[in-house]
Write a protein that binds this ligand. Structure first.
Ligand code: TXA
Ligand code: MG
Length: 337
């Protein structure tokens, strides 16, 4: 078994050295931690799928530190794609572009003629990529089926012994994964909501984009292959609780003979019955997004928690990303009275 080292930002040169040798290094971004490997080293990329237990037809994001790195694989970049890059990079927008055939391994692209590019808003990671001088693949650094990691500890919990190291830069700021936009087709389409909102994108492009990510059946070819896989569902059943339903939800909770996890704000904590455990999401959708995955992991580690009640937020702006992740964890179940 590998010994997984923790690198502090001052040790970046060593971490970059491991990447150039084909080792796997987890890295911080503003959204969630990613699992890095040299995107031009097929063997290294194959090991990413193994470490995560990820299906091999689910392509990986290519994480870059400069626009020049994108140009190594893409020649025709549309004006609209350039506008998005100028407006949102570095930041939480992943852009799907047509690549030059053969310029990236099928192991990275899952055999598609496109690839997903992202430049994270994290100085440490951009420096790491610069030092390695190669783009790195960057799926979220969780075991497949677990929530994305928002701390180095989460990564260590899932991948210890399977990867060479983790660059620790503290908890991530945003907490939910990047927005993904497909710019390889005539009409731009959002494949995953994230911190960069639909409205912000439409403002920059001055045109309508496709924003409805319909559910993909097992036999359909999905636009973002990751969408067809079962997403994180904790062993406890999650119920989403709308703001005006907390009082009733907690009366229901009190009647249950099991332990119930409550992911909500301090306001709800004061009403909690004895058999409930609390995890603070904070008061607004920004703090809730920041804390959601940590909260789900917290309750998942406690075998006696059979239900999790989690706060809903309005599906506007960042709320779209937050509710998208929460609904997946809950299998769309809401508390109803
Ligand atoms: O915030 C994030 O995006 C994080 C951080 C670490 O950068 N990364 C992340 O990666 O969430 P991952 O692999 O967990 O999710 C990327 C999604 C997957 O659902 C994958 O199927 C999709 O992007 N994807 C990758 N390449 C694609 C392509 N060429 N076309 C369509 N979807 C693609
Ligand atoms: Mg992921």
């Amino acid at each position: 078994m590998l010994i997984t080292k923790i690198y502090e930002p001052k040790d970046l040169a060593k971490a970059a050295d491991e990447l150039t040798k084909g080792e796997l290094i987890a890295f911080p971004t503003e959204t969630v931690y990613g699992l890095g490997a040299d995107a031009t080293n097929e063997l290294a990329v194959k090991r990413v799928y193994l470490a995560k237990g990820r299906p091999s037809d689910n392509p990986l994001i290519v994480t870059v530190s400069s626009f020049e790195m994108v140009q190594r694989f893409v020649t025709d970049i549309s004006l609209d794609a350039k506008k998005l890059i100028e407006s949102f990079w570095p930041g939480s927008l992943t852009i799907i572009l047509k690549i030059n055939p053969g310029s990236l391994s099928k192991v990275v692209t899952g055999g598609l003629e496109t690839a997903a590019f992202r430049m994270p808003k994290n100085d440490v990671t951009r420096k790491l990529i610069e030092l390695a001088d190669v783009p790195i693949v960057g799926p979220s650094a969780n075991s497949s089926g677990k929530p994305s990691p928002t701390t180095a500890e989460h990564v260590y919990h899932d991948l210890e012994g399977k990867i060479a190291g983790i660059v620790n830069d503290g908890p991530t700021k945003v907490g939910v994964e990047s927005t993904i936009i497909d710019m390889s087709t005539d009409i731009p389409a959002i494949l995953r909501p994230g911190a960069v909102t639909f409205e912000e994108i439409e403002n920059v492009l001055q045109k309508k984009i496709i924003t409805d990510q319909h559910k993909v059946g097992a036999n359909e070819v999905p636009k973002a292959p990751g969408m067809k896989y079962k997403h994180y569902a904790p062993s406890a059943q999650v119920l989403i609780v709308e703001k005006n339903k907390w009082e009733k939800a907690l009366i229901w909770a009190k009647k249950q003979s099991t332990v119930i996890g409550v992911l909500a704000s301090k306001e709800e904590e004061s009403l909690l019955p004895e058999n409930c455990k609390f995890f603070n999401l904070g008061t607004d959708v920004k703090s809730a997004s920041h804390n959601l995955f940590a909260g789900l992991r917290y309750f998942d580690d406690q075998a006696d928690v059979k239900w999790i009640l989690a706060a809903a937020f309005p599906e506007i702006g960042l709320g779209k990303a937050y509710m998208n992740r929460l609904k997946k964890a809950a299998g769309d179940q809401f508390f109803t009275d």
